[in-house]
Design a protein around this ligand. Structure first.
Ligand code: TRP
Length: 451
């Protein structure tokens, strides 16, 4: 049993990370992943990238750059599950299951879609001009990302809060429709880091690619230096006192400095430090903190196959969680194997039920039972009951034909009755498929005889 908080976030792979992305998202996420209580899932949201970008070169480049940035920034892939969304086929599969329960009216209200419609209407176009189904369904894909791994916390920017709320909405609806009292999906919460600074860009507005005011992160020291030289300042000459609190250059410095460094820099500005020298100091600070990571970044970029390996390992870890869970969800919606099907023709049922057995036995002072398949192989072992009556009553209920509450746990399963776990699978299976076959066999064994 894990009590760790599962933190999950995706990064859309359409751009090259800049200093603002680093301070605002990457650095805090890497730090958060180092907490012993965190079970972090970080992934490249490359299916989402396809919604915004139809340039394959750019998609590919960005995936590599973002992977290299996170790894160079110190992400420990042994602690964290780091993967590409597109390496997890269970994600689009779950997306479809969720699409079938997501209300169209809910998606009509998504900000990103609405903004595009508004823009079209304003310019006299058809409301849906240029809007793909990908953009429209964006929140469902994101819900699948989140719900697939039962994330508790989802660190995102403010613009994404609505999407996390939609994931809750859609997940809840699925739970309600198919859960039979069971909560398949954990309700996720958006995590907005108030303490994390939004970095100002060269012109003082929020640093953003769309404003063309970014400071590059790992491209080269020279690029970083050049960008810093273009930071807009007031026109006070060297020797004149500067106002640190009204200088975004100071804000940038602050985001990377220790308290002592910050105070020293503040004092020097008040004393009339020239802007040229101030820019130099900012560069030294950033270069000192990011120089080694920049080298790691270029090493990673020059050995893409190493990154490929790491990401495939990440995908394997993620799929070990996703695949058994998806099997359970498929089962829930009625996409089930035809073999040993509980709802199969009566003749099959009779035969199966006849040949299966329930064996009661005593163990010390308690009473237990086993359910055996027709071929004698054990399927289920009950918990210990204080008296034989209770054990008998449980058997009767299990055989009554009511829907069985079977909950998978890794490659085993438990059977629940009235809020109580009453039995467990007789063995731990080798994989999800064998476990699911075991569950099917149990359903058949417990199906009442028809007359
Ligand atoms: N939509 C998010 C963004 O643009 C990226 C993303 C995709 C994501 N799937 C996610 C974030 C799941 C958190 C959880 O920022």
């Amino acid at each position: 049993m894990t009590t760790r908080t599962r933190i999950l976030t995706g990064i859309t792979t359409t751009g090259t990370p800049h200093l603002g992305n680093y301070a605002g998202a990457i650095r805090p996420a890497i730090l958060a992943s180092q907490d012993a209580n965190a079970d972090s899932f970080y992934f490249l949201a490359d299916y989402h990238a396809l919604i915004k970008c139809d340039d394959p070169q750019r998609i590919q480049r960005s995936r590599m750059e973002i992977a290299a940035t996170w790894l160079a920034g110190g992400l420990d892939v042994n602690r964290v599950t780091f993967y590409r969304q597109s390496d997890i086929p269970e994600i689009p599969e779950l997306t479809w299951l969720l699409t079938c329960v997501a209300a169209k009216g809910l998606l009509n209200r998504a900000h990103a879609y609405k903004a595009s419609v508004d823009k079209n209407v304003e310019s006299g176009e058809d409301p849906d001009a240029g809007i793909s189904m990908g953009l429209y369904s964006y929140p469902v894909l994101m819900a699948a990302d989140i719900l697939m791994f039962n994330a508790h916390k989802v660190p995102v920017g403010r613009d994404q809060i609505q999407h996390v709320e939609m994931a809750r909405d859609i997940g809840q609806r699925f739970n309600h429709l198919f859960g039979n009292g069971k909560e398949f999906f954990t309700m996720p919460e958006a995590l907005i880091e108030e303490s994390v600074a939004t970095l100002p860009g060269l012109d003082g507005r929020k640093m953003s690619k769309s404003y063309d005011n970014t400071i590059p992160l790992f491209t080269s020291a020279k690029d970083m230096k050049d960008a810093i030289s273009r930071i807009v300042t007031d026109s006070r000459a060297p020797g004149e006192a500067k106002d640190p609190d009204n200088s975004h250059l100071f804000t940038l410095y602050q985001a990377f400095a220790s308290k002592a460094q910050e105070e020293e820099f503040r004092g020097d500005l008040l004393q009339g430090l020239g802007w040229g020298e101030a820019k130099n100091r900012l560069f030294q600070l950033l270069d000192g903190q990011l120089g080694e990571a920049r080298e790691r970044y270029h090493q990673l970029m020059s050995r893409p196959s190493d990154m490929e390996d790491l990401l495939l390992i990440g995908a394997k870890k993620a799929r070990a969680v996703a695949a058994p869970f998806l099997a359970e969800l498929r089962e829930a919606v009625g996409l089930r194997s035809f073999v040993n099907q509980a709802a199969a023709p009566v003749a099959t049922k009779k035969k199966a039920a006849k040949s299966s057995r329930v064996l009661s036995f005593r163990e010390g002072n308690s009473f237990r039972f086993r359910v055996l398949a027709g071929d004698g192989s054990p399927l289920l072992l009950s918990s210990e009951f204080a008296d034989g009556k209770k054990a008998g009553a449980v058997i009767k209920q299990l055989q009554s034909g009511q829907t069985l509450d079977i909950r998978t746990e890794a490659y085993g399963f438990n059977v629940w009755l009235d809020g109580e776990c009453v039995a467990e699978s007789s063995s731990i299976y080798a994989d999800a498929a064998q476990r699911d076959a075991g569950i099917e066999a149990l359903r058949v064994a417990l199906t009442p005889l028809e007359d």
